[in-house]
Design a protein around this ligand. Structure first.
Ligand SMILES: CC(C)(COP(=O)(O)OP(=O)(O)OC[C@H]1O[C@@H](n2cnc3c(N)ncnc32)[C@H](O)[C@@H]1OP(=O)(O)O)[C@@H](O)C(=O)NCCC(=O)NCCS
Length: 259
């Protein structure tokens, strides 16, 4: 084991923690972007960045990768800090993201989400704990989204919600479906109407997080739970194994990068 990596025993509570962090980004000016890339990213990552043409996508890519690198650096470091450049972001052909650290190989399990100017990143050191995280800015959603992606019972719940809760509920339903789809690593390859969110299953989980019920046609959804939280005008959801006693731990205020 490399010096500086905590030697966590199987089943250690530290290992099982799902650490999450949320950040809002502003578009970095071009010069700063170049400096950030050179200082903190591998050649392969820079190549990927350069393939993007849309400024919004460039910004969210940069913000999410920096957030993940800082989060992972903080979680895996003890007395030794891995440089951000040594912590690299990769994706499976399915789109599932993962992290590699120079000298250690693939570490933990990661899920990320972007919405508006917000980024959510969640990471656990336990590679066996697969989960999905999603972030949605709470805003009005079009009726087309409902018709194409929601079930009749979800649409009825949103329609019967109090006026000031409608947008929250619509985004919660959407986010919960996406978190589940990321946890099972399928993404939007599965019809989102096969997942039905049941608000009646709501209960409190831990600080700031509630559980919401759901069923999945043709799948054993019993083995998963979906947790949600409202945060700075966004709804965040995390879908994790039902039998997982992992704690959700917020990692606040990662430091500004000195470059
Ligand atoms: C996963 C998915 C539901 C996310 O939806 P979204 O609301 O548009 O985006 P979010 O910001 O919430 O999440 C995007 C992140 O989810 C991750 N992701 C993508 N596909 C994923 C999957 N199958 N499982 C888990 N996570 C996935 C990625 O890290 C992505 O961020 P990045 O593109 O910056 O790396 C959707 O993008 C999707 O279905 N993608 C499938 C892609 C696909 O089928 N690829 C096959 C190869 S062609």
């Amino acid at each position: 084991m490399k010096e500086g990596i905590p030697s966590l025993e199987e089943g250690s509570p530290l290992l099982r923690m799902i650490n999450w962090t949320f950040s809002r980004f502003t578009d970095a000016p071009p010069l700063k972007t170049v400096q950030l890339l050179e200082r903190f990213f591998s050649d392969l990552e820079i190549e990927e960045f350069q393939r993007f043409k849309i400024p919004k996508r460039k910004s969210e890519w940069l913000a999410s990768r920096l957030l993940v690198k800082q989060l992972v650096q903080k979680i895996i470091a003890t007395d030794m800090l891995f440089p951000l450049k040594a912590i690299t972001f990769h994706k499976e052909s399915s789109g599932v993201p993962f992290v590699m650290v120079d000298g250690l190989g693939r570490v933990g399990w990661l899920s990320i989400s972007h919405s508006h100017d917000g980024v959510l990143a969640a990471f656990t050191q336990d590679r066996k704990v697969h989960f999905g995280a999603d972030l949605e800015f709470i805003e009005s959603r079009s009726l087309d989204l409902f018709a194409d992606y929601f079930t009749p019972s979800e649409i009825a719940w949103i329609a019967s919600s109090q006026m000031d809760k409608k947008d929250f509920h619509a985004n919660l339903v959407w986010s919960a479906k996406e978190a589940y789809l990321k946890a099972i690593e399928k993404g939007l390859q599965m019809d989102t109407r096969k997942i039905e969110i049941h608000p009646s299953g709501e209960s409190s989980f831990s600080k700031g997080w509630n559980r919401i019920g759901f069923m999945v046609e043709g799948f054993n959804s019993q083995s998963w739970q979906i947790l949600y939280s409202r945060h700075q005008g966004f709804v965040m959801t995390i879908c994790l194994p039902e039998n997982q006693s992992s704690h959700l731990v917020e990692i606040e205020a990662l430091p500004d990068l000195d470059y």
